[in-house]
Each structure stands twice: as structure tokens, then as C-alpha cells.
Design a protein around this ligand. Structure first.
Ligand SMILES: C[S@@+](CC[C@H](N)C(=O)[O-])C[C@H]1O[C@@H](n2cnc3c(N)ncnc32)[C@H](O)[C@@H]1O
Length: 229
């Protein structure tokens, strides 16, 4: 399963940024800025972005911290990491990208002040293992920040159903040439827990003292902020 997901993301990596812009009508940039702005960070701290893809969140952390936080982005797709590294204007002093698996991170325990994962967690089989692993590398009191899709409430749901069942696979196929990927993505969104249900799963791992979440875009996107015990 995870090899199939890895291959799928590698296959679409070339068109991934363009598709994100088209499929979110450019709004993923705003969600990402807002998501990062709510993660507390201190100068000299360390941040890990898991399932970093082409590196949007990692670069946003560098930008919002004025380069004063050391940022590492990891993704198990080498093609995504190659794209993340291809950035002419980036300040690389405190930024690094590596190939790595969310379920088997190479970092020492309690190494990072904050960890993020944006639109990655629902693709990882063994959800609780991944949460435990990301939490392992966090310092006590550190923040695990997760951004993921949810299913919007009625009456917006009819539009969303059309969008995810028809528009997304159609545009995804035209641009990337891969019909599977943009059918798979809405299918995983449909079954993934969100809001209070996902908060319960996070708390039940026993890793966190507090979990808060924010609903965005009428419930299409959720951001969760978990404080490590
Ligand atoms: C939808 S993309 C999100 C990319 C980026 N975080 C963003 O917000 O645009 C999901 C990413 O998760 C990565 N991914 C999925 N499972 C992973 C795992 N087990 N370990 C590391 N990366 C993984 C994929 O390769 C892909 O780049």
C-alpha cells in the first residue's frame, strides 16, 4: 500500500504545485500561511515538516521565522524532495530537505520544538504509529500541527461532492495524465476522520495534554494543534 502511494506521489510530483493551485483555486497558499502562523516558534528552535512534498510548509516556516528557526522537511518520495530542493530564491542557511518515512524518522527523541504535517497524514497506513513517531521526536510541551481535509457541512456539501467526484479527477487527469491519483485523493478524504472525531483519536494516543482544532473553508480543511505531554 505505501509503495503504491509513494509511486503515485512520485508520478505526480512534476505537476503537483500547479495542480494544488488549480484544484484549490490558489487558496492552499492562504491555508498554509495561516496554519504555520499558529505554530509557536522561538528563535534558534528546530522544526520538522513531515510529508513535506515540494516543501511549501517548510519554506513558510523559514519565511515566518525570518530564518531564525532550523527547518527540516522530509518526504518518502525522492521526486518530491528533488522538487523541494529546486528553489532559486530560498535562504538555505537554516533549511534542509531529506528523503524519509513518517513512520520511521531518523531523528533522536525529543529533538524538535515543533513538527508539522500538511495533507499527508491521511495517506499514511498505520495512522496511530505515525502520530506516535512524530510525537516521539517532539520535545515535551512542543506542538504537533496537522492540517488535513475534512468533509464540509450541508449545504456546501453538494458542491463539494461534485468537485471531488467530477472536477478534481478530471482536472487531475488532464494536467498530470494520472487518472488514479486524483480519484484516490477524494476517496481517502471521504473516509478520513475529521474535527471532533480526529481530535479524539489524537487524545487517545496518550501523547498530548491538549488538542485544539480550527475548521476552515466551511469544513473542507481542518488544522489541529497538539501539545506534547
Ligand atoms: C498531498 S501531499 C502534501 C505535500 C505537502 N505537505 C503540502 O501540503 O503540499 C502528501 C505527501 O505525503 C507524502 N507521504 C505520504 N506518505 C508518507 C510517508 N509514510 N512518509 C513520508 N512522506 C509520505 C507523499 O509523498 C506526498 O508528498
Amino acid at each position: 500500500m505505501s509503495e503504491k502511494v509513494q509511486r503515485m506521489f512520485s508520478d505526480i510530483s512534476g505537476d503537483y504545485d500547479l495542480l494544488n493551485d488549480l484544484l484549490s483555486f490558489g487558496r492552499h497558499r492562504l491555508w498554509k500561511k495561516r496554519f504555520v502562523s499558529k505554530i509557536p516558534m522561538n528563535d534558534g528552535g528546530r522544526h520538522l515538516d513531515v510529508a513535506t512534498g515540494t516543501g511549501d510548509i517548510a519554506r513558510e516556516v523559514v519565511r515566518q521565522s525570518d530564518g531564525k528557526v532550523r527547518v527540516v522537511g522530509v518526504d518518502f518520495s525522492e521526486s518530491m524532495i528533488i522538487k523541494a530542493k529546486y528553489c532559486k530564491d530560498c535562504d538555505w542557511t537554516n533549511l534542509e530537505f531529506q528523503v524519509g518515512d513518517a513512520t520511521d524518522l531518523i531523528f533522536d527523541s525529543e529533538y524538535f520544538d515543533s513538527v508539522s504535517i500538511s495533507f499527508g497524514i491521511r495517506n499514511i497506513p498505520g495512522l496511530v504509529n505515525a502520530i506516535n513517531e512524530m510525537s516521539r521526536v517532539l520535545k515535551p510541551g512542543g506542538i504537533l500541527a496537522i492540517m488535513e481535509f475534512g468533509t464540509p457541512d450541508a449545504p456546501f456539501r453538494w458542491f463539494y461532492n461534485f468537485y471531488s467526484k467530477t472536477f478534481m479527477p478530471f482536472v487531475g487527469k488532464i494536467i498530470s495524465g494520472h487518472s488514479d491519483a486524483y480519484t484516490y485523493l477524494p476517496e481517502t478524504i471521504k473516509v478520513f476522520p475529521y474535527g471532533a472525531n480526529f481530535k479524539r483519536i489524537l487524545l487517545d494516543t496518550g501523547n498530548f495534554t491538549d488538542v485544539r482544532y480550527e475548521k476552515m473553508e466551511l469544513g473542507t480543511v481542518y488544522a489541529y494543534y497538539c501539545v506534547k505531554k
